[in-house]
Design a protein around this ligand. Sequence first.
Ligand code: FES
Length: 156
Amino acid sequence: MTDTENKFSSGTPIIDKKISRREFVDWIIKGGLFATLAGMILPALAYIWPVMGGGPSKQNEEVGSEDEFPLWGSKKVIVGGSALLVIRTPTGYRAFSAICTHLGCLVDWDKQQREIVCPCHAGVFDQEGRNVSGPPPRPLPTYEVKVADGKVFVKV
Ligand code: FES
Protein backbone atom coordinates (compact mmCIF):
# COMPACT_ATOMS: atom_id res chain seq x y z
CA MET A 1 0.00 0.00 0.00
CA THR A 2 1.33 3.45 -0.89
CA ASP A 3 0.97 6.74 0.98
CA THR A 4 -1.36 8.03 -1.62
CA GLU A 5 -4.28 5.86 -2.56
CA ASN A 6 -7.10 6.67 -4.88
CA LYS A 7 -10.53 5.62 -3.82
CA PHE A 8 -13.69 5.97 -5.74
CA SER A 9 -16.87 6.85 -4.04
CA SER A 10 -19.92 7.36 -6.15
CA GLY A 11 -17.68 7.96 -9.15
CA THR A 12 -15.65 10.81 -7.63
CA PRO A 13 -11.96 10.20 -7.05
CA ILE A 14 -10.82 10.89 -3.47
CA ILE A 15 -7.18 11.27 -2.64
CA ASP A 16 -6.34 9.83 0.75
CA LYS A 17 -2.93 11.13 1.70
CA LYS A 18 -1.27 9.97 4.87
CA ILE A 19 1.31 12.19 6.49
CA SER A 20 4.58 10.54 7.28
CA ARG A 21 6.29 11.01 10.63
CA ARG A 22 8.98 13.09 8.90
CA GLU A 23 6.38 15.43 7.36
CA PHE A 24 4.61 15.73 10.71
CA VAL A 25 7.85 16.69 12.49
CA ASP A 26 8.61 19.18 9.68
CA TRP A 27 5.23 20.85 10.20
CA ILE A 28 5.78 21.03 13.98
CA ILE A 29 9.21 22.63 13.47
CA LYS A 30 7.87 25.07 10.89
CA GLY A 31 4.97 25.97 13.19
CA GLY A 32 7.39 26.56 16.07
CA LEU A 33 9.59 28.77 13.91
CA PHE A 34 6.57 30.73 12.71
CA ALA A 35 5.31 31.20 16.30
CA THR A 36 8.78 32.32 17.41
CA LEU A 37 9.09 34.85 14.58
CA ALA A 38 5.56 36.14 15.21
CA GLY A 39 6.43 36.48 18.91
CA MET A 40 9.41 38.66 18.00
CA ILE A 41 7.89 40.71 15.19
CA LEU A 42 4.44 41.50 16.63
CA PRO A 43 5.73 43.23 19.81
CA ALA A 44 8.13 45.27 17.66
CA LEU A 45 5.24 46.35 15.42
CA ALA A 46 3.09 47.14 18.45
CA TYR A 47 5.93 49.34 19.77
CA ILE A 48 6.34 51.16 16.45
CA TRP A 49 2.64 51.49 15.63
CA PRO A 50 1.81 54.46 17.96
CA VAL A 51 4.73 56.41 16.47
CA MET A 52 3.48 55.75 12.97
CA GLY A 53 0.00 56.79 14.06
CA GLY A 54 1.18 60.12 15.47
CA GLY A 55 1.63 58.87 19.05
CA PRO A 56 -0.87 58.48 21.82
CA SER A 57 -3.56 61.10 22.01
CA LYS A 58 -3.10 63.80 24.62
CA GLN A 59 -5.72 64.57 27.18
CA ASN A 60 -6.13 66.80 30.18
CA GLU A 61 -5.76 65.00 33.49
CA GLU A 62 -6.84 66.61 36.75
CA VAL A 63 -3.98 66.90 39.24
CA GLY A 64 -5.84 68.65 42.05
CA SER A 65 -7.78 71.73 43.03
CA GLU A 66 -6.28 75.21 43.16
CA ASP A 67 -6.59 75.08 46.97
CA GLU A 68 -3.88 72.43 47.01
CA PHE A 69 -1.40 74.77 45.34
CA PRO A 70 -0.44 77.77 47.50
CA LEU A 71 1.76 80.37 45.81
CA TRP A 72 5.20 78.84 45.26
CA GLY A 73 3.76 75.52 46.34
CA SER A 74 4.16 72.26 44.52
CA LYS A 75 2.75 68.81 44.22
CA LYS A 76 4.07 65.56 42.78
CA VAL A 77 1.54 63.49 40.94
CA ILE A 78 1.45 60.35 38.84
CA VAL A 79 -0.43 60.96 35.60
CA GLY A 80 -0.67 58.38 32.86
CA GLY A 81 2.12 56.40 34.49
CA SER A 82 4.46 59.41 34.54
CA ALA A 83 5.71 61.22 37.64
CA LEU A 84 5.09 64.96 37.32
CA LEU A 85 6.02 67.97 39.42
CA VAL A 86 3.46 70.78 39.31
CA ILE A 87 4.40 74.15 40.79
CA ARG A 88 2.48 77.39 41.18
CA THR A 89 4.24 80.67 40.56
CA PRO A 90 2.84 84.23 40.49
CA THR A 91 2.57 83.92 36.70
CA GLY A 92 0.74 80.61 36.74
CA TYR A 93 1.17 76.88 36.98
CA ARG A 94 3.98 74.85 35.49
CA ALA A 95 4.28 71.12 35.12
CA PHE A 96 7.46 69.16 34.53
CA SER A 97 8.52 65.59 34.42
CA ALA A 98 9.66 64.74 37.94
CA ILE A 99 12.35 62.46 36.52
CA CYS A 100 15.82 63.98 36.52
CA THR A 101 17.41 64.02 33.08
CA HIS A 102 20.71 62.84 34.54
CA LEU A 103 20.10 59.36 35.93
CA GLY A 104 16.39 59.39 36.60
CA CYS A 105 16.02 60.29 40.27
CA LEU A 106 12.85 62.05 41.41
CA VAL A 107 13.36 65.80 41.62
CA ASP A 108 11.96 68.08 44.34
CA TRP A 109 10.75 71.65 44.41
CA ASP A 110 12.81 73.87 46.72
CA LYS A 111 10.33 76.52 47.77
CA GLN A 112 12.95 78.67 49.52
CA GLN A 113 15.39 78.74 46.60
CA ARG A 114 12.55 78.61 44.05
CA GLU A 115 14.25 76.00 41.97
CA ILE A 116 13.93 72.32 41.20
CA VAL A 117 16.61 70.18 42.78
CA CYS A 118 17.69 66.63 42.35
CA PRO A 119 18.80 65.01 45.60
CA CYS A 120 20.96 62.34 43.93
CA HIS A 121 23.82 64.39 42.47
CA ALA A 122 22.84 67.97 43.33
CA GLY A 123 21.40 68.76 39.92
CA VAL A 124 19.47 72.04 39.74
CA PHE A 125 16.76 73.22 37.34
CA ASP A 126 15.24 76.68 37.26
CA GLN A 127 11.52 77.54 37.40
CA GLU A 128 11.30 76.88 33.66
CA GLY A 129 12.81 73.42 34.03
CA ARG A 130 16.11 74.42 32.46
CA ASN A 131 19.17 72.60 33.76
CA VAL A 132 21.28 75.30 35.43
CA SER A 133 23.88 73.40 37.44
CA GLY A 134 25.10 69.93 38.25
CA PRO A 135 25.20 66.93 35.96
CA PRO A 136 21.72 66.96 34.32
CA PRO A 137 22.38 67.23 30.56
CA ARG A 138 18.95 68.47 29.46
CA PRO A 139 16.00 70.51 30.73
CA LEU A 140 13.07 68.72 32.28
CA PRO A 141 10.27 67.92 29.83
CA THR A 142 7.35 70.31 30.36
CA TYR A 143 3.61 69.83 30.15
CA GLU A 144 0.79 72.23 29.38
CA VAL A 145 -1.30 73.24 32.40
CA LYS A 146 -4.86 74.58 32.39
CA VAL A 147 -7.16 75.70 35.16
CA ALA A 148 -10.92 75.29 34.92
CA ASP A 149 -13.57 75.54 37.62
CA GLY A 150 -10.94 75.71 40.35
CA LYS A 151 -9.27 72.50 39.17
CA VAL A 152 -5.80 72.15 37.74
CA PHE A 153 -5.32 70.00 34.65
CA VAL A 154 -2.15 68.80 32.97
CA LYS A 155 -2.13 67.76 29.33
CA VAL A 156 -0.36 64.41 29.02
S1 FES B 1 20.07 61.86 38.90
FE1 FES B 1 19.63 63.92 39.15
S2 FES B 1 21.52 64.88 39.25
FE2 FES B 1 22.00 62.79 38.97
